[in-house]
Ligand binder design. Structure first.
Ligand code: CA
Length: 439
């Protein structure tokens, strides 16, 4: 899985407001280890079983794991010691920890309707976010200059990550990272993954990079304005202001350089962009869409996929794949290598697209030229299952209906669209489901 949970980014959208900068400055305690960890004062656990149906998410299993919380933490001591955590730090940081069971509700929250790509873009790329991003780029121009020289990573993309992940540090979450990761390490369905994140959090506190009382973040443990998971912090964080600590929460130079270093280590190509908005003709063979079919921009041009307003592809030899979130009804996007690098930072296409687009807007670019089909919505899981069953009933091969749309289902959707004389773009809409049911 990606080092950041998609869900962590979604959680960042929840309205939680970080302390003002002055207050944060006053709270900054260098190198000391508080005996009592900050403890979440958020909502209580619902007491209900999780919607995932995972046995470890039943109310009974959660209660049992919570009762065993301290024994579970104690059992992690040998692994903490191997990461260089001292007995004193381990004891002082874990002694007063209590699990935050509300996280179990958040982990299994399943919204009835998933948002469409355009909804995320509307939320994440606003005039206010563009203005604020430009103000930060101006205010920290010297830092961005130095970081671009040192890492070769585009400043607008870094600023866009800052803006998309937390609205420039204002929506980063207020849950203590140590408590969240400890809870997830010992309770619920992701314990294996979160044990490492918990142990890495201890290692961060041991090193004194960030004081424990400043380590606040999303319920999944992502922290700082660009939402580092503890493991990503240990891999990528750098001390750019030279004070001896890597502080991606309260030091803007460390934050900007660490985010750049992350992108660089993930393969960022200096001087290249993420991708382009493109016009896809109705005659296009949509079987060529998707990550599996990369070809050169020159070949895409030959296939009739062009940039709006007569813009040329600056580097026609670059390899790209075509993303068409709304089929023929919305804009297409040709994705270059750097889009994959952004996807490694945030493994959801909608977020990565928002980051790329916000970067372009910060650079001075315009909104997308083509319109989205705002009258459409994303199908629910039940509707996706129904669509597969209907396609199956009509003799199209979808495999075993499971509510997940893979290549086979998309191919079946395209075949049905072709049969009824629609553009076979594979875009599964509520209208198409109705037509399937009516026949
Ligand atoms: Ca520093």
């Amino acid at each position: 899985m990606g080092k950041r949970l998609v869900i962590a980014a979604v959680a960042a959208l929840a309205a939680t407001v970080a302390a003002p900068a002055q207050q944060r400055q006053a709270e900054l305690v260098t190198g000391s280890i508080p005996h009592a960890q900050p403890v979440s004062r958020g909502p209580a656990w619902s007491g209900e079983s999780g919607a995932s149906g995972d046995p470890s998410m039943s109310a009974e299993a959660i209660r049992a794991a919570a009762a065993n919380f301290h024994d579970c933490l104690a059992s992690l001591w040998p692994q903490a010691a191997r990461r260089g955590v001292s007995r004193r730090v381990f004891d002082t940081t874990t002694a007063a920890l209590t699990p935050d069971l509300h996280i179990m509700d958040l982990m299994d929250a399943q919204p009835e309707f998933t948002k469409a790509v355009w909804d995320y873009l509307d939320i994440l790329v606003t005039d206010a976010r563009i203005a604020k991003g430009r103000a930060l780029l101006a205010r920290y121009a010297n830092v961005f200059d130095a970081v671009e020289r040192a890492y070769g990573v585009d400043r607008y993309t870094i600023a866009a990550i800052w803006g998309v992940e937390t609205n420039y540090g204002t929506l980063g979450g207020t849950k203590p990272v140590l408590q969240s990761t400890a809870t997830l390490a010992c309770i619920g369905r992701r314990q294996h993954y979160f044990r490492d994140e918990f142990l890495d959090t201890l290692a961060i506190i041991q090193r004194g990079d960030i004081p424990a009382n400043r380590l606040l973040g999303s319920w999944a443990g992502a922290f700082g304005p660009t939402q580092f998971m503890p493991s990503a912090f240990l891999r990528y964080a750098v001390d750019f202001d030279g004070d001896g600590r890597r502080d991606v929460i309260d030091s803007v130079p460390d934050l900007i350089a660490s985010t750049a270093n992350n992108l660089k280590k993930d393969g960022w190509v200096p001087g290249a962009t993420w991708g382009y908005e493109v016009v896809v003709p109705a005659t296009f063979d949509f079987r060529l869409a998707g990550r599996a079919h990369a070809m050169s921009l020159a070949d895409w041009q030959r296939a009739g996929v062009y940039r709006p307003q007569g813009k040329a592809y600056p580097h026609p030899d670059e390899q790209a794949w075509l993303l068409t979130p709304a089929g023929i009804q919305g804009p297409g996007f040709l994705m270059l290598h750097n889009f994959h690098v952004i996807m490694r930072y945030n493994p959801a296409e909608a977020y990565a697209l928002a980051i790329g687009h916000l970067a372009d807007r910060l650079r001075g670019g315009g909104a997308f030229v083509q319109h989205w089909p705002r009258y459409e919505r994303v199908l629910t899981r039940a509707e996706r299952l129904q669509m597969q069953q209907e396609l199956d009933r009509h003799g199209f091969d979808v495999g075993e209906p499971d509510g997940r749309f893979g290549a086979r289902t998309r191919e079946a959707v395209r075949a049905f669209q072709a049969r009824i004389g629609r553009v076979p773009d594979g875009f599964a809409t509520a209208g198409l489901l109705k037509q399937l049911m009516a026949r």
